[in-house]
Structures are given as structure tokens and as C-alpha cells.
Design a protein around this ligand. Structure first.
Ligand SMILES: [Zn+2]
Length: 460
């Protein structure tokens, strides 16, 4: 029997869209689609490529995938379910939709986490407006680019995930780490091990690796760093974002501007009354640099980062084991430090463990587009000791730079990936046009590599 499993990574841009083909022994293989998205702010050309990827999935599968996985609710993983919905809604069905337990409406812990996230998201959107009004344009832009993970007008991530659910024939299945390995009827070639997201609240809220636990110098401010979501939620009250002082102790901004002392020193509107530059004695009209009314909101940026990390950490993590060879294909979504750490403690009846699966990993879908906090070192990549290891990074560096994420992918991580795989790393923004153009390092790869304008495909 043919045991060849194929992994197709679409080359739409910064975002994940994967199609797996798994043999069944019959004419029709088993198809699994994992995520379908592109980061907000991508060019029209990139969105067109995403739509072309969707068309390719429909063509390849004949309009039916066996399992559709949406790893987590971020635009760069689910936007396709909005941006190509016109086509998807009539032309693709999913026999099964798999989501993480964190998306289960009947799960209390999930509901609590989601409510925290929604509240924080709302606060972030308000902070963006306030920051812009207060003239902190740069910070406003940075916070906005983080909030953008949740989509924008014309389609939110919640809409996108809702559409993904609608493609399912039955109800979605919510997957749980440590549940028995999933063996699907008629699909003997593989079984699925669910590694994350963890139930442990401490781990699901831990986004950054401790010192030395990740790659690169900026691996985070220390292992004890805790996520501040509850503090975040507290800054939002019934009226929106709360100010640091009670109303009775504050003078409204508009009134302060008209009070001589404040007007002169903090707004500079009344130059005649004498605020002058200390160097050349010229009148300084703008005194806004003295004001800190927007500064307290700059913590919004830190919080927005944490909010994004929190959502990443709800990623459904799958280890797909090829039964005949026991080799593992690892799809961690955008799982961050705490999610990775939780795999260490996983044990199944029969002796399988999280570390055991990492050890046999031959394919690694690099987490979170190669960022600093989504691939652990000693408790992660260094445990993947198979000489067959290859990696795919769903990243477009130019787009990442445009989003001000200059270190995506993290150079130290990329060079370690290259070392560990003997150079067999493909990223979405690689410019090769055909398999023949691939470097000599791919000669030693046991499977096949297919290169088209639209995707890279590897066989195992
Ligand atoms: Zn992502």
C-alpha cells in the first residue's frame, strides 16, 4: 500500500494555508485542510493568491475536504473564509471541522477565556481611537496592526471562524490535548495526536519563553512573565476605557486648554503670554510635548501584544503520525511558549509521550511565522533529532517588515532550522520557480518536492 503523505503549503503571503493528502488505499485520498488566511493589510495581489489557493483546494479535492482544521482565531489563519467566501460557500464542504476546545461554546473555561479576549479586543480598538485623537499616531498605528489580527470592518475573525464552521457537514469536533490518538475510519495510513492548547491556565497565558528557552537574544523577559489579561479587562469599564484618575480629581482636556496656566504650558495656544524656546528665544506654539494624557494609554501596545499572544496560545496543535514509519508531521499553529511547554507532560496509554512525538518529527510547520516566542529551544526544536527533519515557514518577510515586525522570521531561529535540516527549509516568500531551482541541500531529501507559483509540496 502507498503510504505517501503530501503536505502542500500555499504561497499566498504572510499567513497559513495548508492542504494534506493522505492515502486511503482507494482511488480517493483523504484530504485535510489546515487554516486559510493572510494577514490584514496584504496587497490585492496577495489576496488574489489566497483566492487562487482556495480555488486549488476545491479543484484538488473535488469540493470536499475530509477534515478542515482552523487552528485559532486570527485573521492570518482564517481570513480566507471571508475573503473567498463567495466561492467557498457553494463549492467546498468539510466532512469534519476540527477546532480547539477553546472554541467550544459549551465549555466553561473556554467561554471565560473568550470573554476576556473580546473585552480586551474592545479596549484595544478604543485605545487606537484615543491614541490617534491624542496625537500618538505612531503608537496608534502599532496597536492597530496588532488588533488587526482580529480582522476589520467587512469581516471579523469571528465571522471567518463562523464561516469555517458552516462548511462543516455536521457539528465541529473540539479537540483536547491528551485525548486518545484519533484514528479515522478508512484512513489507516495516519493517526492524529492532539498536543494543545493546554487546559492549564498558567501555561495558556504564558506567551514568552524564559531566558535561554527560545532562540535569539530577545527571547523574552523571563520565564515568570505572566499575561496581564485580567488587568487589561479591568481597564475597560461600562463607559469604555477607564482613565487613571477619578473624574472629581481631573479637569477635562477641553476645559484645561482654556485655563491660562494649563493653556500656556500644555497647549501653547497663547504664545503672547510667553513660552519661548530656551535656545533661540523664539516663541513655541506647540506645547503638546509636555502632556502625558496619552502616555498612559501606550501600555495599550504591551497589552495588545499580550492579547495577540493569548489568542496564538489557543492554537490547536496536531502531531500527525504516519503509522508505517512512525514519522511525525508537526502542525503547531501559532502556539507560544506555554503551549509548547505543556507537551512535555503529555503521556498516553501505550507509552506515547509529547517528547516522543517531537523526537520523531520529520516535518515541522514553523510556529507563528518564525517569531521569537513560538519555537522553544531545548523543549522544542532541539528535541526534533530526526536526520530527516524538514521545515516550512509560512512567512513573507517583506510583508512582516511592512507590519513593523522586522524580526519575523527571527534570524537566529532560521539559521538553527537550516542547521538542523541540512538547509531543507522552505518559506512562502522563497522565489524559486521550479523544483530544479532548489539548492543542492534538497538532493538528500527522501521524498518529492513540487514547486509551482501557487504552492510548495513535500511528500513523506
Ligand atoms: Zn499567525
Amino acid at each position: 500500500m502507498d503510504n505517501t503523505v503530501r503536505v502542500r503549503m500555499y504561497r499566498q503571503g504572510l499567513g497559513d494555508c495548508f492542504l494534506l493528502t493522505i492515502p486511503t488505499g482507494k482511488a480517493r485520498p483523504f484530504y485535510m485542510m489546515i487554516d486559510c488566511g493572510i494577514v490584514l493589510g496584504s496587497s490585492t495581489a496577495a489576496v488574489d493568491r489566497l483566492r487562487a489557493a482556495v480555488a486549488d483546494v476545491i479543484k484538488t479535492t473535488g469540493g470536499e475536504v475530509d477534515v478542515l482544521v482552523a487552528t485559532h482565531e486570527h485573521w492570518d489563519h482564517v481570513s480566507g473564509f471571508v475573503q473567498a467566501w463567495d466561492v467557498l460557500k457553494d463549492q467546498l464542504k468539510a466532512k469534519n471541522v476540527w477546532l480547539a476546545w477553546t472554541e467550544d461554546p459549551a465549555d466553561k473555561q473556554a467561554a471565560k477565556l473568550r470573554a476576556e479576549r473580546r473585552k480586551a479586543e474592545e479596549a484595544m480598538r478604543m485605545a487606537v481611537q484615543r491614541l490617534a485623537l491624542d496625537g500618538s499616531v505612531r503608537t496608534a498605528e502599532r496597536v492597530e496592526s496588532l488588533v488587526a489580527f482580529f480582522g476589520a470592518t467587512g469581516g471579523s475573525t469571528a465571522d471567518a471562524l463562523g464561516n469555517a464552521r458552516k462548511l462543516g457537514v455536521g457539528k465541529p469536533r473540539y479537540r483536547e490535548p491528551g485525548e486518545p490518538p484519533i484514528a479515522l475510519p478508512g484512513v489507516e495510513a495516519v493517526r492524529f495526536w492532539v498536543l494543545g492548547p493546554p487546559r492549564d491556565e498558567k501555561l495558556i497565558k504564558k506567551s514568552n519563553p524564559g531566558k535561554g528557552d527560545g532562540y535569539g537574544l530577545d527571547a523574552g523577559p523571563g520565564g515568570s512573565q505572566q499575561f496581564l489579561m485580567s488587568a487589561m479587562a479591568e481597564t475597560v469599564d461600562a463607559d469604555g476605557l477607564a482613565a487613571p484618575f477619578d473624574e472629581m480629581y481631573s479637569i477635562p482636556l477641553a476645559r484645561a486648554e482654556k485655563v491660562g496656566f494649563f493653556g500656556e504650558r500644555y497647549f501653547g495656544a497663547t504664545v503672547d503670554e510667553g513660552i519661548y524656546d530656551w535656545k533661540d528665544g523664539s516663541a513655541v506654539a506647540d506645547q503638546s510635548w509636555r502632556r502625558i494624557d496619552g502616555t498612559w494609554m501606550e501600555s495599550a501596545e504591551t497589552m495588545a501584544l499580550q492579547l495577540d499572544s493569548a489568542t496564538n496560545n489557543t492554537s490547536l496543535v496536531l502531531a500527525i503520525e504516519i503509522v508505517a514509519t512512525r514519522e511525525v508531521l508537526l502542525f503547531p499553529g501559532d502556539a507560544q511558549a506555554g503551549n509548547w511547554l505543556s507537551w512535555q507532560g503529555l503521556k498516553w496509554e501505550g507509552g506515547e509521550t509529547g517528547p516522543g512525538l517531537l523526537k520523531r518529527t520529520v516535518f515541522y510547520k514553523v510556529g507563528h511565522h518564525g517569531s521569537h516566542n513560538a519555537t522553544l529551544k531545548e523543549k522544542g526544536l532541539e528535541m526534533m533529532t530526526s536526520p530527516e527533519l524538514v521545515a516550512m515557514i509560512p512567512v513573507d518577510h517583506e510583508m512582516a517588515v511592512k507590519k513593523r515586525w522586522g524580526k519575523m522570521p527571527l534570524p537566529d531561529l532560521v539559521s538553527r532550522l537550516r542547521e538542523k535540516t541540512g538547509g531543507r527549509v522552505l518559506s512562502v516568500d522563497d522565489t524559486v520557480k521550479s523544483a530544479a531551482e532548489l539548492g543542492a541541500e534538497w538532493k538528500g531529501f527522501a521524498g518529492e518536492v513540487t514547486v509551482t507559483d501557487l504552492y510548495f509540496e513535500l511528500s513523506f
